[in-house]
Structure formats: C-alpha cells, structure tokens
Design a protein around this ligand. Sequence first.
Ligand code: COA
Length: 386
Amino acid sequence: MREVAVIGVGMSQWGELWRSSLRDLFVDAALAAVKDAGVDVKKIDSLVVGCMTSGLFTGQEHLGALMADYLGVKGIPATRVESACASGGVAFRTGFLEVASGMSDLVLVGGVEKMTDVSADQATRALSAASDFAYEAYNGITFPALYAMIARSHMERYGTTREQLALVAVKNHENALKNPKAQYHLKLSVEGVLKSVLVADPLRLMDCSPLTDGAAAAVLCPLEKAKKGAKRWVKVAGIGQATDTIALSSRPDPTWFEATSLAAQRAMRMAGVKPSGIDFAEVHDCFTIAEICAIEALGFCKPGEGGRFTEEGHTALGGSKPINTSGGLKAKGHPVGASGVAQIVELVEQLRGEAGDRKVKGARRGLAQNMGGTCGSAVVSILEKV
Ligand code: COA
C-alpha cells in the first residue's frame, strides 16, 4: 500500500444559501481545493462525492456523473458514497484507498449537501432515513429525540449535568467566532443555551447542529509524489472505519459509541499512536451529547467523564485536547454529506499553521471522527505534519 498525502483543501460558503444550487456548492469547494493544491483540474484521475440524501433534499441523485460534468472533467470515474452523516468521512477513506492501492494518482474527494430548500419538517423526515426506519423513524422518533435519549441515559448513568452539555455548545460557538467559514458567528452563554427553545427534552435548540447548505473538498495523491511536486502536504497517517447496530434500542449501552471506538483503534494502530499522541480533534458534535460520547469513545477520557473533561476546560482552544476548533458541526454548520470532508479541511489548515486565531500551538497530529446516525457507522482519520 502506498502512503497518501492531502495536497489541497477547499470549502464553499456555508449557511442558508438560496442562491447556490447543489452543483454550485460542490464545484465551488472542488475548485478551491484544486487551486489550493496547485494542480490542473484536468489531471484529476478520479472523483469521489460524499452525500447523504440529495434526492430527499433537492430531488437530485446520480451525483458522481453530475459533479464530474459540472467540474469539467467528464469521462473520469466518479463515485457517489453514502453512509448517512458519515458520507464525507467514508468518501475520504474511499479516495485514500484509491490512491493507496495504486489505482489512481490524483483523486478529488468532495462532500456536499443542500438542506435548506425544504421545510424543517421535511428536513427532519429526510434525516430520519439515517435511523433504523422501521423501528425508529416509523414510530415517530426523530434524530433530536434519539440523541435526547442518549443524553438522558448519560445523565442518569454518570451524573452528567445539563450545564456540561451546554458548555460544549458555548465552546464550539466561541471557536466558530474565529472561523470566517462558520455558519454562525454567535457568542453563547450557558444561560443562553438553557433558555433556548426545547427541541427534545433535555436537548434545546442550542444543543443541536443546524440545517446547512455547503460543500468541502480535498485533493489526495501518493506521499512520494507530493514530496517531489506539491507546494505543501499533510500525510494521512491512519484511517479506520466501523459499524454498529443502527437501532439504538439494540445496543447494550446507548451512551457508548462502539463504531467510533473500533474505527479509532484501527486508525491509531495504523498511525502507531495512542489517544495521548493526538494533539487536537474534530469530532461529530451533531448534538452536544454526541461530542461528550465521542471524546470518551476516542479514549481522550474515560467512559462517563466527558462532561467533567469538558467542564475542566481540556477541550477548549488552549486546553490539553482542543476539540472542534473549527466550531464543529454545532456552529460551523452540518451539511450532512459534507461535514466529514470539512473536518479534514480543518485538520489540514491547523497542521499547515493556517488556522489563524484558532491555531492549536505546536500541533503535529490531528484526528477527525465522523459518524452516521447515532453512530451506526463511523470513520476516524489521523493526519500528520511531516
Ligand atoms: N443552532 C443555532 N441556531 C439555530 C439552529 C441551531 N441548530 N437552528 C436554527 N437556528 C436559528 C436560525 O438561524 C434562526 O435564526 P434567525 O431567527 O436569527 O434567522 C432561528 O434559530 C430559528 O430557526 P428556525 O429556522 O425556526 O429553526 P428550525 O425549526 O428550522 O430548525 C431544528 C431547528 C432544531 C429543527 C434544526 O436546527 C435541526 O433539525 N437540527 C438538527 C439537525 C440534525 O438532526 N442533523 C443530523 C444529525 S444526526
């Protein structure tokens, strides 16, 4: 297997973007990544597109060929990848495998979703397709409700407090103030989170990631080729993917993200590192409780201690393990198929020392954790400055 490097990254604008279509968003991000890599778009060997459910949000499927055409590279192989909200992470792993295997030398991986052209009710219905539909969505359980059950379970089992959940949102919104690409530039307080409208008890509006239009992209090539010809590069040191039951009710412990734990073990084994060797991470905070469960499953703290770890400031910028320096899904936004690729964008910008005011000092190794549904699928990627 060849070693792989990321040589360019890019993002479209993120937010409620009524003037940009699904293809506009994708092409904006893809061209930004190609420009950042300093390569000719016509030299791309293969395209991988992560997207969860463009059919339900916009009526458009068949994204591989569509995006290749609008990018001006029709003729090349183009593959659409879906794993609910982990679609972007799985697309990145697919692109990695294509380069590592020797099949392709220059791969463009993108993620995209356009979620705001439908009503919030329709969006909630579309997102519920990522649950075990027959057992969960069919019976009226939405994603906020599923994560509310996880939160309630964590609170009862471990004594995690409502304030600790709120602190995740406060921190991620604070980080987003330093990220010009974030959807929300909104300073939050714990009181502000606790007073926001109740969505699914105990989760409130400010515990939820928003509905977002946006895309992100990355250009991958063999590390050896990057060293010879690229302007700059970051090595993909490890990558792991795993699955769990989709239905929350089938799990022995709803607060434990087994797929994240398995994916992390695989990625860390490949990179030859332990959780203590990771300098910072982007994790899948689709709801505040999800960040707490993710940092536990990644081994950054013990099971049950995620709330306290957050309250003690370890996960803040400047803490011992900065989490979601980009603002995370909570404040940067969560265009579901794009989020996993956008996590890679943040890792690369941090490792290249280009994260501006949100820079993690001395960062050499970053981790991205992207998951589908209530962690029925997960991808963990570790990027390293070489
Ligand atoms: N965080 C911060 N602000 C938010 C927000 C969020 N999650 N969601 C909406 N807002 C803001 C809007 O920008 C708007 O602000 P404005 O009045 O200044 O324009 C205001 O709150 C009201 O927004 P509204 O459009 O009425 O919200 P909504 O009802 O359409 O959406 C949710 C709220 C909770 C339903 C929606 O954010 C949601 O579904 N989130 C979860 C997404 C999800 O499940 N993703 C998959 C995870 S697995």
